[in-house]
Design a protein around this ligand. Structure first.
Ligand code: HSE
Length: 308
Protein backbone atom coordinates (compact mmCIF):
# COMPACT_ATOMS: atom_id res chain seq x y z
CA UNK A 1 0.00 0.00 0.00
CA UNK A 2 1.25 3.46 -0.85
CA UNK A 3 -0.97 6.45 -1.35
CA UNK A 4 -0.10 10.13 -1.52
CA UNK A 5 -2.35 13.19 -1.49
CA UNK A 6 -1.89 16.95 -1.29
CA UNK A 7 -4.27 18.95 0.85
CA UNK A 8 -4.94 22.63 1.55
CA UNK A 9 -6.60 24.16 4.64
CA UNK A 10 -7.32 27.87 4.97
CA UNK A 11 -6.34 30.54 7.46
CA UNK A 12 -9.16 31.62 9.74
CA UNK A 13 -10.17 34.31 12.18
CA UNK A 14 -11.42 33.07 15.52
CA UNK A 15 -13.85 34.82 17.88
CA UNK A 16 -15.19 37.37 15.32
CA UNK A 17 -15.37 39.83 18.19
CA UNK A 18 -18.13 38.53 20.42
CA UNK A 19 -17.77 34.78 19.86
CA UNK A 20 -14.85 33.93 22.15
CA UNK A 21 -14.03 30.24 21.51
CA UNK A 22 -17.37 29.67 19.70
CA UNK A 23 -17.19 31.48 16.35
CA UNK A 24 -14.70 31.67 13.51
CA UNK A 25 -14.50 32.31 9.77
CA UNK A 26 -12.33 30.90 6.99
CA UNK A 27 -10.29 33.15 4.71
CA UNK A 28 -9.85 32.78 0.97
CA UNK A 29 -6.61 31.51 -0.60
CA UNK A 30 -4.28 32.02 2.40
CA UNK A 31 -3.46 28.72 4.10
CA UNK A 32 -1.27 25.64 4.55
CA UNK A 33 -0.51 22.89 2.04
CA UNK A 34 0.57 19.41 3.17
CA UNK A 35 1.54 16.33 1.21
CA UNK A 36 0.59 13.20 3.12
CA UNK A 37 1.66 9.65 2.23
CA UNK A 38 0.54 6.40 3.85
CA UNK A 39 2.54 3.14 3.74
CA UNK A 40 2.33 -0.29 5.39
CA UNK A 41 3.81 -0.08 8.88
CA UNK A 42 3.70 2.53 11.59
CA UNK A 43 5.36 5.78 12.68
CA UNK A 44 5.22 9.42 11.61
CA UNK A 45 7.77 11.61 9.81
CA UNK A 46 7.36 15.33 9.13
CA UNK A 47 9.54 17.13 6.61
CA UNK A 48 9.16 20.92 6.68
CA UNK A 49 9.85 22.30 3.19
CA UNK A 50 7.77 25.47 3.68
CA UNK A 51 10.67 27.80 4.51
CA UNK A 52 8.84 28.84 7.71
CA UNK A 53 10.81 27.81 10.83
CA UNK A 54 9.06 25.09 12.86
CA UNK A 55 10.27 22.82 15.69
CA UNK A 56 12.03 19.74 14.30
CA UNK A 57 10.82 17.47 17.09
CA UNK A 58 7.63 15.84 15.73
CA UNK A 59 6.22 15.74 19.27
CA UNK A 60 6.09 19.57 19.13
CA UNK A 61 4.37 19.70 15.75
CA UNK A 62 0.55 19.98 15.83
CA UNK A 63 0.28 17.46 12.98
CA UNK A 64 1.47 14.56 15.18
CA UNK A 65 -1.39 14.48 17.74
CA UNK A 66 -3.90 14.94 14.90
CA UNK A 67 -2.62 11.80 13.11
CA UNK A 68 -2.59 9.84 16.37
CA UNK A 69 -6.16 10.93 17.15
CA UNK A 70 -7.28 9.86 13.67
CA UNK A 71 -5.83 6.36 14.22
CA UNK A 72 -7.32 6.19 17.72
CA UNK A 73 -10.80 7.15 16.46
CA UNK A 74 -10.75 4.83 13.45
CA UNK A 75 -8.77 1.85 14.77
CA UNK A 76 -6.60 2.06 11.63
CA UNK A 77 -2.80 2.28 11.49
CA UNK A 78 -0.09 2.97 8.89
CA UNK A 79 3.25 4.69 8.44
CA UNK A 80 2.60 8.35 7.64
CA UNK A 81 5.04 10.74 5.98
CA UNK A 82 4.03 14.42 5.90
CA UNK A 83 5.74 17.10 3.84
CA UNK A 84 4.81 20.68 4.81
CA UNK A 85 4.84 22.53 1.50
CA UNK A 86 3.28 25.84 2.53
CA UNK A 87 2.78 27.31 5.99
CA UNK A 88 1.17 30.42 7.52
CA UNK A 89 3.63 32.08 9.88
CA UNK A 90 3.06 30.76 13.45
CA UNK A 91 1.87 33.33 15.99
CA UNK A 92 0.12 35.49 13.40
CA UNK A 93 -3.35 35.09 14.91
CA UNK A 94 -4.92 33.77 11.72
CA UNK A 95 -5.09 30.15 12.72
CA UNK A 96 -1.64 28.93 11.73
CA UNK A 97 -1.77 25.86 13.98
CA UNK A 98 -5.40 25.20 12.98
CA UNK A 99 -4.58 25.29 9.25
CA UNK A 100 -1.94 22.55 9.68
CA UNK A 101 -4.16 20.59 12.05
CA UNK A 102 -7.17 20.84 9.71
CA UNK A 103 -5.10 19.90 6.67
CA UNK A 104 -3.70 16.88 8.51
CA UNK A 105 -7.10 15.74 9.81
CA UNK A 106 -8.89 16.25 6.48
CA UNK A 107 -6.00 14.69 4.56
CA UNK A 108 -5.89 11.59 6.78
CA UNK A 109 -9.62 11.10 6.37
CA UNK A 110 -9.32 11.39 2.58
CA UNK A 111 -6.33 9.02 2.45
CA UNK A 112 -8.33 6.32 4.25
CA UNK A 113 -11.58 6.82 2.24
CA UNK A 114 -13.44 9.02 4.72
CA UNK A 115 -14.21 6.82 7.75
CA UNK A 116 -14.91 9.96 9.86
CA UNK A 117 -17.74 12.51 9.61
CA UNK A 118 -16.87 16.17 9.06
CA UNK A 119 -17.47 16.86 12.76
CA UNK A 120 -15.10 14.07 13.77
CA UNK A 121 -12.47 15.50 11.41
CA UNK A 122 -12.81 18.73 13.44
CA UNK A 123 -12.41 16.69 16.65
CA UNK A 124 -9.09 15.32 15.26
CA UNK A 125 -7.94 18.81 14.28
CA UNK A 126 -8.66 20.08 17.80
CA UNK A 127 -5.86 17.82 19.11
CA UNK A 128 -3.40 20.06 17.28
CA UNK A 129 -5.01 23.17 18.78
CA UNK A 130 -4.64 21.64 22.23
CA UNK A 131 -0.93 21.09 21.68
CA UNK A 132 -0.48 24.65 20.39
CA UNK A 133 -2.50 26.56 22.97
CA UNK A 134 -3.30 24.25 25.85
CA UNK A 135 -7.04 24.15 25.13
CA UNK A 136 -9.56 22.24 23.02
CA UNK A 137 -11.09 25.14 21.09
CA UNK A 138 -12.50 24.71 17.58
CA UNK A 139 -13.08 28.30 16.50
CA UNK A 140 -10.14 28.13 14.08
CA UNK A 141 -10.13 24.37 13.48
CA UNK A 142 -13.83 24.11 12.49
CA UNK A 143 -13.77 26.88 9.83
CA UNK A 144 -10.40 25.57 8.59
CA UNK A 145 -11.99 22.14 8.02
CA UNK A 146 -15.50 23.17 6.97
CA UNK A 147 -15.05 26.66 5.47
CA UNK A 148 -17.37 29.63 5.93
CA UNK A 149 -18.50 31.05 9.25
CA UNK A 150 -18.92 28.47 11.99
CA UNK A 151 -20.75 28.61 15.30
CA UNK A 152 -19.69 26.06 17.90
CA UNK A 153 -22.89 25.67 19.88
CA UNK A 154 -21.32 23.22 22.30
CA UNK A 155 -18.14 21.24 22.96
CA UNK A 156 -19.51 18.27 24.92
CA UNK A 157 -20.23 16.78 22.47
CA UNK A 158 -18.98 18.99 19.65
CA UNK A 159 -21.94 20.65 17.92
CA UNK A 160 -20.93 22.87 14.99
CA UNK A 161 -23.28 24.95 12.84
CA UNK A 162 -22.37 26.50 9.51
CA UNK A 163 -23.80 30.03 9.24
CA UNK A 164 -24.49 31.96 6.03
CA UNK A 165 -21.61 34.03 4.66
CA UNK A 166 -22.67 37.34 3.09
CA UNK A 167 -21.62 37.45 -0.58
CA UNK A 168 -19.14 40.31 -0.29
CA UNK A 169 -17.36 40.13 3.01
CA UNK A 170 -13.77 41.35 3.07
CA UNK A 171 -11.17 41.46 5.82
CA UNK A 172 -8.30 43.91 5.93
CA UNK A 173 -5.76 42.09 8.07
CA UNK A 174 -2.56 43.29 9.66
CA UNK A 175 -0.03 41.17 11.49
CA UNK A 176 2.15 43.56 13.47
CA UNK A 177 5.60 42.41 14.56
CA UNK A 178 4.49 41.96 18.17
CA UNK A 179 4.86 38.59 19.87
CA UNK A 180 1.77 37.37 21.76
CA UNK A 181 1.44 33.63 22.27
CA UNK A 182 -2.07 32.17 22.43
CA UNK A 183 -1.11 30.54 25.74
CA UNK A 184 -0.19 33.93 27.21
CA UNK A 185 -3.24 35.68 25.74
CA UNK A 186 -5.45 33.02 27.34
CA UNK A 187 -3.65 33.01 30.67
CA UNK A 188 -4.39 36.72 31.30
CA UNK A 189 -8.15 36.25 31.03
CA UNK A 190 -10.21 36.06 34.23
CA UNK A 191 -11.73 32.68 35.08
CA UNK A 192 -15.14 34.23 35.78
CA UNK A 193 -17.22 36.80 33.89
CA UNK A 194 -19.55 39.24 35.71
CA UNK A 195 -23.25 38.86 34.85
CA UNK A 196 -23.54 42.29 33.15
CA UNK A 197 -20.56 41.42 30.88
CA UNK A 198 -22.09 38.06 30.00
CA UNK A 199 -25.42 39.75 29.17
CA UNK A 200 -23.68 42.13 26.74
CA UNK A 201 -21.73 39.29 25.15
CA UNK A 202 -24.62 36.92 24.54
CA UNK A 203 -26.73 39.79 23.18
CA UNK A 204 -23.99 40.41 20.64
CA UNK A 205 -23.62 36.73 19.73
CA UNK A 206 -27.36 36.52 19.11
CA UNK A 207 -27.21 39.75 17.10
CA UNK A 208 -24.33 38.47 14.98
CA UNK A 209 -26.08 35.18 14.17
CA UNK A 210 -29.34 37.03 13.37
CA UNK A 211 -27.40 39.51 11.21
CA UNK A 212 -25.71 36.73 9.25
CA UNK A 213 -29.01 34.94 8.59
CA UNK A 214 -30.86 38.11 7.59
CA UNK A 215 -27.92 39.67 5.70
CA UNK A 216 -28.29 42.78 7.89
CA UNK A 217 -24.83 44.31 7.56
CA UNK A 218 -25.46 47.03 10.17
CA UNK A 219 -26.54 44.45 12.74
CA UNK A 220 -23.47 42.31 11.99
CA UNK A 221 -21.17 45.29 12.50
CA UNK A 222 -22.64 46.49 15.77
CA UNK A 223 -22.75 42.95 17.16
CA UNK A 224 -19.04 42.23 16.58
CA UNK A 225 -18.01 43.64 19.95
CA UNK A 226 -16.12 41.72 22.59
CA UNK A 227 -16.77 42.50 26.25
CA UNK A 228 -15.00 39.35 27.52
CA UNK A 229 -11.45 39.03 26.14
CA UNK A 230 -10.68 42.30 24.35
CA UNK A 231 -10.55 44.51 27.48
CA UNK A 232 -7.63 42.35 28.70
CA UNK A 233 -5.94 41.68 25.37
CA UNK A 234 -6.03 45.10 23.72
CA UNK A 235 -3.09 46.29 25.84
CA UNK A 236 -0.87 44.15 23.57
CA UNK A 237 -1.84 46.33 20.60
CA UNK A 238 -0.71 49.95 21.01
CA UNK A 239 -3.35 52.58 20.16
CA UNK A 240 -6.08 49.94 19.77
CA UNK A 241 -9.08 52.20 20.57
CA UNK A 242 -7.88 55.08 18.34
CA UNK A 243 -7.25 52.67 15.50
CA UNK A 244 -10.76 51.25 15.77
CA UNK A 245 -12.33 54.73 15.80
CA UNK A 246 -10.47 55.62 12.57
CA UNK A 247 -11.52 52.40 10.84
CA UNK A 248 -15.18 52.71 11.79
CA UNK A 249 -15.15 56.33 10.60
CA UNK A 250 -13.73 55.08 7.29
CA UNK A 251 -16.72 52.77 6.84
CA UNK A 252 -15.48 49.46 8.29
CA UNK A 253 -18.26 47.38 9.83
CA UNK A 254 -16.10 46.30 12.75
CA UNK A 255 -12.52 45.99 13.94
CA UNK A 256 -11.37 43.26 16.27
CA UNK A 257 -8.41 41.27 17.44
CA UNK A 258 -8.01 38.20 15.20
CA UNK A 259 -8.25 35.25 17.57
CA UNK A 260 -5.87 35.85 20.45
CA UNK A 261 -3.87 38.41 18.42
CA UNK A 262 -1.61 40.16 17.73
CA UNK A 263 -3.21 40.48 14.28
CA UNK A 264 -6.21 42.75 14.00
CA UNK A 265 -8.76 42.86 11.21
CA UNK A 266 -11.33 45.28 9.89
CA UNK A 267 -14.42 43.84 8.24
CA UNK A 268 -16.06 45.56 5.26
CA UNK A 269 -18.78 44.75 2.76
CA UNK A 270 -16.97 46.54 -0.10
CA UNK A 271 -13.50 45.83 -1.44
CA UNK A 272 -12.66 49.57 -1.69
CA UNK A 273 -13.50 50.09 2.00
CA UNK A 274 -11.37 47.08 2.97
CA UNK A 275 -8.52 48.42 0.85
CA UNK A 276 -8.76 51.83 2.53
CA UNK A 277 -8.94 50.10 5.94
CA UNK A 278 -5.69 48.28 5.13
CA UNK A 279 -4.02 51.65 4.41
CA UNK A 280 -5.24 52.97 7.81
CA UNK A 281 -3.92 49.84 9.56
CA UNK A 282 -0.53 50.19 7.84
CA UNK A 283 -0.21 53.89 8.69
CA UNK A 284 -1.04 53.16 12.34
CA UNK A 285 1.84 50.72 12.70
CA UNK A 286 4.17 52.80 10.48
CA UNK A 287 3.64 55.73 12.86
CA UNK A 288 4.49 53.48 15.81
CA UNK A 289 7.62 52.17 14.07
CA UNK A 290 6.29 48.60 14.27
CA UNK A 291 6.83 46.34 11.23
CA UNK A 292 3.96 44.29 9.83
CA UNK A 293 2.55 42.25 7.00
CA UNK A 294 -0.92 43.04 5.74
CA UNK A 295 -3.43 41.91 3.14
CA UNK A 296 -7.07 42.15 2.09
CA UNK A 297 -8.85 38.85 1.75
CA UNK A 298 -12.39 37.65 1.18
CA UNK A 299 -14.19 35.51 3.74
CA UNK A 300 -14.41 32.09 2.13
CA UNK A 301 -17.06 29.41 2.03
CA UNK A 302 -14.40 26.81 1.25
CA UNK A 303 -12.60 24.79 3.89
CA UNK A 304 -9.97 22.06 3.61
CA UNK A 305 -9.70 20.49 0.15
CA UNK A 306 -7.54 18.25 -1.99
CA UNK A 307 -5.23 20.03 -4.40
CA UNK A 308 -3.87 18.69 -7.66
N1 HSE B 1 -10.56 31.53 20.75
C1 HSE B 1 -9.15 31.46 20.91
C2 HSE B 1 -8.70 32.58 21.81
C3 HSE B 1 -8.50 31.56 19.57
O1 HSE B 1 -9.20 33.69 21.65
O2 HSE B 1 -7.86 32.35 22.68
C4 HSE B 1 -7.02 31.44 19.56
O3 HSE B 1 -6.55 31.77 18.27
Amino acid sequence: MKKTIKVFAPASIANMGCGFDIMGMALDEVGDVLQISAYEGEGITIDNQSGVPLPEDIEKNVITPVIRKFFQMTGLNAKIDVVILKKIYPGSGIGSSAASSAAAAYGMNELFDCPLSEEDVVVCAMEGENLASGGYHADNAAPAVMGGIILIRGYEPLDVIKLPVPGNFYCAMIHPAIVVSTKEARSILPKEVPMHTAVRQWGNVGGLVAGLYSGNIGLIGRSMKDAVAEPYRKKFIPGFDDLRAKLIEAGALAMNIAGSGPSVFALADKYEVAHHAEAILKKHFDDLGIGYESFVVKVSNKGAKLVA
